[in-house]
Design a protein. Structure first.
Length: 453
């Protein structure tokens, strides 16, 4: 991350990206998890496609502040027990807020100590911020306590009003790292890793690309490991079941790697899935939908510019997401698709709802999630307690697959979000500033790393 943070050189180092390219050879496939004790969903075959749209670094309160019927707050408390009124800060801010394990600990209880079972949510002011350096002054005393102006989030509000907004969605991992979050959406766990890799997102980084491990009492670091491992992933289960999948991600000119969670999975990176199922660029999904090539399960990660990530200086994220949703909605796939839109970590932004302590690495802060489908309830605020594993559980139950790890095993399925007893609803276009043609043909190339932390 190019923006310095006030917590000092350790954070700055964690926010940097060291690039190296060193290949691995050989492929060792993990044993596929047995399909036992599978509980199928009540979709009765109506859902044949699932699309997970991944955006970045926004807490629920930051993005859906003031949404009618949802749990949001207009103020919070700082570590001095002083009331802090939330103020608007543009989605396109060019500075960032600390989001890692130390930032989580600080936000949780205001001291930075490792929290146990209780989070007081009063220490966001102790997180580092990238504003306040050189000529880039902070807009408020505590810019971590902010929300995105509603005129910038209108497409997201329109989607939530038409479909389902989940206001009790939490990260399965506490450390607020995009890398760890993305491991959870493909494997429901992260091999005990915490924070950020030292280099590339996985196997291309070689033996020097390591990441810290978290211990059973949330002690960090509790050792380290090379960012190239072999858990069974949802992709493996889908392969075993003969079900197609794709992970859409960004590649970079000059570097032999893609910003993909599957890059850390050795047998995927070294195997046929890497060329067949890991696809770049993200906008390719728009073409695949139009050409009738949508896979059964798809993950769609953004470019930096389209990610909603603080520091990007861009407000195109809502239009990007709308373009994917609208392209699906206007295609032959609409009647058979469920779309989950979620933001991978809280990005350091204030949220009033404390996460539960369920195990050594979870849960993390509350995140936004929108569920879109012709069978999704209209204008429904879903107060069910969800996490990363909820999306995996929906896929597993829909296609008869087994759980991968603790997150998807314990997660509540999104049962209340759907009504499969009714016929599919007709799609209504989500108005946005830019459409699919912009992202396919007009947007300048973006070679930033979407989020190296």
């Amino acid at each position: 991350m190019s923006h310095p943070l006030s917590r000092g050189p350790l954070v700055a180092a964690m926010f940097s990206l060291a690039l190296s390219a060193c290949g691995y050879s050989g492929v060792t496939l993990p044993a596929a998890a047995p399909v036992t004790n599978v509980h199928r969903s009540s979709s009765s075959g109506k859902i044949q496609h699932v699309v997970i749209i991944v955006q970045e670094n926004r807490s629920f309160n930051n993005l859906f502040y003031g949404f009618k019927g949802a749990k949001t707050a207009t103020y919070g408390y700082d570590s001095y027990n002083q009331k802090v009124t939330l103020e608007p800060i543009t989605l396109g801010t060019d500075w960032d807020v600390e989001h890692d394990s130390s930032g989580f600990f600080a936000a949780c209880d205001g001291t930075g100590s490792i929290p146990g079972t209780d989070c007081r949510m009063n220490g966001f002011n102790e997180e580092g911020v990238g504003c306040g350096y050189s000529n880039d002054a902070c807009p408020y005393e505590y810019p971590q306590y902010a929300y995105v102006p509603h005129d910038e989030t209108k497409p997201y509000f329109d989607m939530a009003k038409q479909y389902v907004l989940a206001d009790e969605m939490y990260a399965s991992n506490f450390d607020a790292s995009s890398f760890i979050s993305h491991q959870y959406i493909i494997a429901a766990q992260s091999e005990h890793a915490v924070n950020f890799p030292a280099g590339a997102w996985g196997c291309p980084g070689g033996s020097g690309d390591t990441i810290s491990e978290v211990g059973p009492q949330r002690q960090i670091p509790d050792g380290s490991e090379v960012v190239c491992w072999n858990p069974t992933t949802l992709g493996d289960e889908l392969d075993s079941a003969g079900i197609s999948w794709a992970f859409y991600a960004v590649s970079y000119s000059g570097y032999p790697w893609i910003w993909s969670a599957y890059q850390a999975i050795k047998h995927i990176y070294d195997g046929p899935d890497w060329d067949k199922d890991v696809i770049s660029q993200p906008s390719q999904i728009l073409t695949d939908i139009k050409n009738g090539n949508l896979r059964t399960v798809s993950w769609v990660t953004p470019t930096w510019t389209n990610s909603d990530h603080a520091g990007s200086g861009s407000t195109t994220g809502p239009s990007w997401v709308s373009s994917v949703v609208n392209t699906i909605g206007q295609s032959k796939y609409w009647d058979s698709t469920a779309i989950f839109i979620f933001w991978d970590d809280y990005g350091g932004w204030y949220d009033p709802e404390p996460p539960s302590y369920v195990d050594y690495d979870g849960l993390g802060m509350r995140l936004p999630m929108i569920i879109i489908s012709p069978y999704a309830k209209k204008g429904f605020i879903d107060h069910t307690h969800y996490e990363h594993g909820t999306m995996l559980k929906f896929i597993e139950q829909t296609f008869g697959l087994s759980s991968l790890s603790a997150s998807d095993a314990r997660a509540n399925p999104p049962t209340k979000a759907f009504d499969f007893s009714k016929p599919p609803r007709k799609f209504k276009v989500i108005p946005a500033e830019r459409d699919a043609n912009y992202f396919l043909y007009q947007q300048p190339p973006d070679h930033h790393v979407p989020d190296d932390n």
